[in-house]
Design a protein around this ligand. Structure first.
Ligand code: AMP
Length: 222
């Protein structure tokens, strides 16, 4: 099964992707994770995209097309994939439709998760991530207290490692979040409607608990 998951930053794409890929036994391809990995490792790609990403702007279409073509040519995608964070522009969507035709692949469902802007800002301003296990958590869900170790992998119980392990994304400040929302509305929503010309799309209400949203997704993936 091939799935594309779209939605504004912080709407829960990553969280929902985790259970979907396990349930469907498909690979999770997050273009944001790939790019952040490149920045962490200091590769040429990482150096090219760091400033653009930290400002909450989009990386160039040509570079993204090259990245996705490479990724979908790897062996582990044969049983299906879930794309999270791509396509982000109408151009990427149109090029992606052509690429899929060339690769003789399709999309079984495009999921577009929606939530109001104020809810997104509230969620993202409290978002922290564990460098060790990559789990994303929210300070509001944790009683607004920054934990001293990751509650998911428990891997950083000593304070020095905890400081290194738990971090707030450089693009999760309120000003940058509002800018990324604007980018989503202006550039990425049109990408969804472009892709919908070729493949089935379902809009999902992203408000409520993780489980509630997961049930709505499960219903449309039946
Ligand atoms: P994400 O983790 O999906 O929120 O992506 C974080 C950042 O990576 C975005 O704000 C962009 O700067 C960059 N990025 C990820 N995917 C794409 C894409 N398909 N096109 C352009 N930029 C992207």
């Amino acid at each position: 099964m091939n799935i594309v998951i779209m939605g504004p930053p912080g709407v829960g794409k990553g969280t929902q992707s985790h259970w979907i890929v396990e349930d469907r036994k498909i690979v999770h391809i997050s273009t944001g994770d790939i790019l952040r990995g490149a920045i962490r490792r200091g590769t040429e790609l990482g150096k090219k995209v760091q400033v653009v990403m930290n400002a909450g702007d989009l990386v160039g279409d040509d570079l993204m097309m090259e990245l996705i073509r490479d990724r979908l040519s790897q062996d582990d995608v044969v049983d299906g994939w879930l794309l999270d964070g791509f396509p982000r522009t109408a151009f990427q969507a149109a090029e992606f439709a052509k690429l899929l035709k060339e690769l003789d692949q399709g999309i079984d469902k495009i999921l577009v998760i929606r939530a109001p802007a104020d809810e997104i800002v509230r969620r993202l301003a409290g978002r922290i991530t564990c460098r060790v296990c990559n789990e994303v958590m929210n300070l509001t869900g944790l009683g607004n207290v920054t934990p001293t170790y990751c509650p998911f992998c428990g891997n950083s119980k000593d304070e020095e490692r905890a400081k290194a392990a738990l971090y707030q994304r450089a693009d999760d400040t309120e000003e940058t979040i509002r800018h990324r929302l604007e980018v989503f509305r202006k550039k990425t929503l049109p990408a969804a409607w472009t892709l919908e010309e070729h493949f089935p799309l379902a809009e999902i209400d992203g408000l409520g608990t993780v489980d509630e949203v997961a049930h709505r997704i499960a219903d449309v993936l039946e």
